[in-house]
Design a protein around this ligand. Structure first.
Ligand code: ATP
Ligand code: MG
Length: 140
């Protein structure tokens, strides 16, 4: 199924110089970047984005981290884009991520794990709408 998903190069990925590496790996697997921008979330915006995790022990630390520096947000489009993006990223905890995945190769720990990807069609739709309006998304 043709899908769209939201991906983010997190603040650690940006500061490590991995913007190009992340995009290259998505494009190499045939995913198309149909929207792209850099933003610096404030604490409230980070809390809004990760609202599903409100109440979890790592929520404060996660939203501090996500608002600690600029991030690159993008919409990826392709067949089964959600699952393929998460496969390229690897498991949340880099110690459990498969060899060759972005998180296994570049993540520092379970929190500072370089990249985000939506986990289902409904979350993809709401996460895309959190950052982009229809005029900012360009299928090609
Ligand atoms: P993401 O939603 O960022 O793509 P994910 O879907 O693999 O990651 P989630 O369970 O949605 O994982 O957690 C969201 C983010 O919260 C993780 O990517 C990570 O940055 C952070 N996180 C998750 N679990 C922990 C934890 N146990 N300790 C610290 N941070 C965590
Ligand atoms: Mg998630």
């Amino acid at each position: 199924m043709l899908q769209r998903t939201l991906s983010i190069v997190k603040p650690d990925g940006v500061s490590k110089g991995l913007i190009g590496e992340v995009i290259r790996r998505f494009e190499r697997e045939g995913l198309r970047v149909v929207a792209l921008k850099m933003v610096h979330l404030d604490k409230e915006e980070a809390k809004g984005f990760y609202a599903v995790h409100r109440g979890k022990p790592f929520f404060e630390s996660l939203t501090d981290f996500m608002s600690s520096g600029p991030v690159v947000v993008m919409v990826l489009e392709g067949e089964d884009a959600i699952e393929r993006t998460r496969k390229i990223m690897g498991a949340t905890d880099p110690r459990k991520a498969d060899p060759g995945t972005l998180r296994r190769e570049f993540a520092s720990n379970i929190e500072q794990n370089v990249v985000h990807g939506s986990d289902a069609p409904e979350t993809a739709a709401s996460e895309i709408a959190y950052f982009f309006n229809a005029l900012e998304i360009h299928s090609h």
